[in-house]
Write a protein that binds this ligand. Structure first.
Ligand SMILES: *Cc1c(COP(=O)(O)O)cnc(C)c1O
Length: 359
């Protein structure tokens, strides 16, 4: 993509935007200062002895330093947001003119792309995945080349809800032939890190990669997502994000997490072990027709009697699965997240009961 010019891709009002300049933008020096610039309460924080009275670092510099070292990218190629869902929203705001521009998705896939598109009044163009849940590359390229209004292309690998990785060559073919921003959502990549597209970041100026602390890192509650892209795109994100979008507590815990990689690796190993165990047990059930190969911390399972009946019976037993049976290409499918060893055993116990009831 030699002639990719970020400025030509931007929404008109964003090109001309003068970003808000926060107190911490205008002064970010190190050392001992007396701060009278941000209208904070200098005395303390109501309800806690902990000090939450000062605004956090708007650019999360310490967190980014660690991520940059560990993932071998420049700090300036990292955006951190209030969940990766914030980055998804910012992509629409930066690149899509409401009512005019469009985004392409490949269903079945993560639901937030269309929700975010809807919020931003951007039309969604769908090019479904093939039967083996891979991008229909020719159709995608043809669709994008025939429609100038398509500014964003979303890929999800490993894909939610199907669990499989998308073929790298297919992703690269799309990156090469499409002039729009190609977003690769890698929310589950920690379960198979060698499949990440991050190594290609410097090769494709239209590539944006999303990752998150919500899945393998076990920090879903704190809301911390990452986006990796060219420095130019990250600069745009910084210009349009809410000034203090990641709170100080989250930044502090993220630093602790990034300094505890062995614990993350242990969790992943345990989840993968349980994934194997659960798969073997699920295979023994008559009600399970297909277990789709998973590169993530969940399975998509096609069932033989109605998936919704199984879903309802489990629900009556206080067990909640994700019913995906009304999703195109996921007919009669349930999505099962891997739990603790104990939870998985309980799930299997209930599934054996349901199996008996329904057969
Ligand atoms: C869970 C999930 C996310 C989540 O993002 P947050 O960082 O928690 O906002 C993003 N993309 C996909 C595909 C997911 O499944």
């Amino acid at each position: 993509m030699k002639n990719f010019n970020i400025n030509e891709r931007l929404r008109e009002n964003i090109k001309n935007l003068r970003p808000y300049s926060s107190a911490r933008d205008e002064f970010s020096g190190q050392g001992e200062y007396l701060f009278f610039d941000a209208n904070e309460n200098a005395l303390g924080s109501v309800g806690t002895d902990l000090k939450y009275n000062r605004y956090p670092d708007p650019y999360q510099s310490e967190v980014k330093t660690l991520i940059a070292q560990q993932q071998k990218v420049k700090k300036e190629q990292i955006f951190l947001g209030n969940g990766s869902d914030e980055a998804i929203d910012l992509l629409f705001r930066a690149f899509c003119e409401p009512k005019r521009d469009k985004a392409l998705i490949m269903p079945p896939t993560y639901g937030m792309y269309s929700v975010s598109a809807g919020i931003n009044d951007v039309e969604i163009v769908k090019v479904p995945l093939t039967k083996d849940y891979q991008p229909d590359v020719e159709k995608v390229i043809q669709t994008v080349q025939n429609d100038d209004a398509i500014k964003l292309i979303f890929l999800c690998s490993p894909n939610n809800p199907t669990g499989n990785l998308l073929n790298k060559e297919k992703i690269i073919a799309i990156l090469k032939s499409c002039n729009g921003i190609v977003v690769v959502d890698e929310a589950y990549i920690d379960f198979q890190p060698e499949a990440s597209m991050l190594q290609f970041l410097n090769d494709y100026p239209n590539l944006v990669i999303l990752q998150t602390f919500s899945k393998a890192w076990g920090l879903a509650n704190l809301r911390l997502g990452k986006a990796f892209a060219s420095q130019e795109i990250i600069q745009i994100f910084n210009n349009i994000k809410p000034p203090y979008n990641v709170n100080g507590y989250t930044q502090q815990v993220a630093i602790q997490a990034l300094n505890n990689l062995p614990q993350k690796d242990d969790y992943i190993a345990e989840i993968l072990k349980e994934r194997n165990r659960l798969e073997l047990q699920l295979r023994t059930l008559d009600l399970v027709e297909t277990i789709y190969p998973s590169a993530a911390n969940f399975f998509l399972v096609k069932t033989k009697p109605e998936a919704t009946d199984i879903y309802e019976l489990l629900l009556a037993n206080q067990v909640v699965l994700r019913n995906r049976s009304r999703v195109h290409l996921c007919e009669n499918c349930l999505r099962i997240t891997i739990g603790t060893a104990e939870e998985n055993s309980l799930l299997m116990q209930k599934l054996f009961e349901v199996n008996r009831l329904l057969s």
